[in-house]
Design a protein around this ligand. Structure first.
Ligand code: IFM
Length: 471
């Protein structure tokens, strides 16, 4: 039903067994037994209800309400109203037989001033959510921080203040203390690198700080917080807990393939990829940034940061192309992708083989950690067809090709154990507001009605087959 178009052209041609399987809709790639099929979201992007039950403002409330910061003046005030509609959203996951859900906890719901007093009603919401997930056979994977820092902590310097590592550790213990009898999978952070770069260096995301020093401080203090929290959770925790973190890792290339752009690519790679991966797995910062981190790193910090995580979540979207830019954060800027490469609505190149490359690099450089794809997806225009179904063939092709790239990496020895597409619902895409659509499910902005897209049904097929269906 969802196979169409060019497959007709295959009719009569001599097919390889692989192409024949594809033409018949059989999975061309199967994943190992026990492969985890899930989906990811984040609190500020979907919850809404920003004033409900004692939640205090986060830096994203402040930022999005500042004129000119977010496209169309959008805010997360309503988002997808998931706070009130979570049962419907859990049902959507259950109907597709998703078996795991990575969501984030909003720190300002749980500890409105960031430290000290705990807001029981905030934790109650996550308890209701976790119970609903478990009742439908979906494993909750909780992420402790996906960018919505309590504004009260930002007023004390936020992640540029070294105390942030202790604030985070205390908060992590509170959340795990309440939910840890039901939640086993914990991610400390989501994309601390991206949060530091755009929120503290470039200034296009909350809290809107700029400059290299702020960016590096935010990176180091999140790294430290991660290490301290993992240590604290291990110390008083449960054996069933699986403690990890989630990083955005993308292969970096010189723009235009030019030799002259190679140093820029190396510098951006040091910042984007290595500044979080290297201290976690190798216990050091990259040489290219040594002078930046030197004033921040206190004796013992690197030993705290280097923790044996149970898993690494990685978010892969595309390769990044770099060239020199004297005005850039570290003297570099984004260059164009190779000519002819398709781009998504965000302008990001579609390069599934970059995922294989990335997974093999983790295999070779960091001793093949256990990896889950915690985000992978695309912003594409979609529409509701005559049958009332949201059609998004480009998204299906995107997910299909990335799943194949993941399967290829597994064949080559990568330790990839699960897949969480980004994302369940069309949501608040940070500085882009609601104009961008990454969801498997459409959300009508005036009624909040959920309409599963073709990609949702296709992904449900992938889960059922434990493989990559034809399309
Ligand atoms: O929406 C974001 C998410 O919050 C973090 N990773 C990238 C996604 C798409 O931009």
């Amino acid at each position: 039903m969802r196979r169409r178009g060019f497959l007709g052209a295959l009719a009569g041609a001599a097919l390889t067994p692989r192409a024949a399987a594809f033409a018949q809709g059989a999975p061309v790639d199967r994943f190992p037994e026990g492969f985890v099929w899930g989906v990811s979201t984040s609190s500020y992007q979907i919850e809404g209800a920003v004033e409900a039950d004692g939640r205090a403002p986060s830096i994203w409330d402040t930022f999005s309400r500042t004129p000119g910061k977010v496209a169309n003046g959008d805010t997360g005030d309503a988002a997808c109203d998931h706070y009130n509609r979570y049962l419907e959203d859990v049902e959507l996951m259950a109907r597709a037989r998703m078996r795991a859900y990575r969501f984030s906890i909003a720190w300002p719901r749980v500890m409105p001033t960031g430290e000290g007093a705990v807001n029981a009603k905030g934790l109650d919401f996550y308890e209701r959510l976790v119970d609903a997930l478990l009742a439908r056979g979906i494993e909750p994977w909780a992420c402790l921080f996906h960018w919505d820092l309590p504004q009260a902590l930002q007023d004390k310097g936020g992640w540029t203040n070294r105390d942030s590592a202790q604030w985070f550790t205390d908060y992590a213990l509170v959340v795990a203390g309440r939910l840890g009898d039901r939640v086993n999978h914990w991610a400390m952070f989501n994309e601390p690198n991206v949060f530091a770069i755009f929120g503290h260096g470039v200034g296009t995301h909350a809290p809107g700080l700029t400059g290299r020093a702020n960016c590096m401080a935010a990176i180091h203090h999140q790294n430290l917080a991660q290490g301290m929290a993992i240590r604290a959770l291990r110390g008083g925790g449960r054996p069933a807990w699986r403690l990890g973190t989630v990083l955005s890792v993308q292969p970096i290339r010189p723009a235009g393939g030019l030799e002259a752009n190679r140093p820029a690519a190396a510098m951006w790679d040091a910042l984007w990829n290595r500044a979080c991966l290297d201290p976690l797995f190798l216990g050091r910062y990259p040489d290219l940034l040594a002078a930046d981190f030197e004033p921040l790193v206190k004796p013992g910090d690197l030993a705290v940061i280097r923790q044996a995580v149970n898993y690494l979540g990685i978010n892969y979207y595309s390769r990044l192309y770099q060239q020199p830019d004297p005005g850039g954060l570290v003297g570099t800027g984004f260059g164009p992708p190779p000519p002819g490469v398709k781009v998504t609505g965000m302008g990001w190149p579609v390069e599934p083989d970059g995922l294989t490359e990335q997974l093999l690099e983790l295999r070779d450089r960091y001793r093949n950690p256990l990896v889950y794809i915690m985000e992978n997806g695309a912003d594409f225009y979609d529409w509701v067809g005559p049958e009332g179904k949201a059609e998004d063939g480009e998204r299906i092709a995107f997910i299909r090709d990335h799943l194949r790239a993941g399967a290829e990496a597994i064949r080559q020895g990568a330790n990839l154990k699960g897949w969480f597409p980004w994302t369940l619902l069309d949501n608040f895409e940070w500085a882009e507001g609601y104009a961008r659509h990454f969801g498997l499910v459409q959300v009508d902005r005036s009624t909040m009605k959920r309409t599963p897209k073709a990609s949702y049904h296709w992904y449900a097929d992938a889960i059922r087959m434990n493989g990559v269906p034809g399309y």
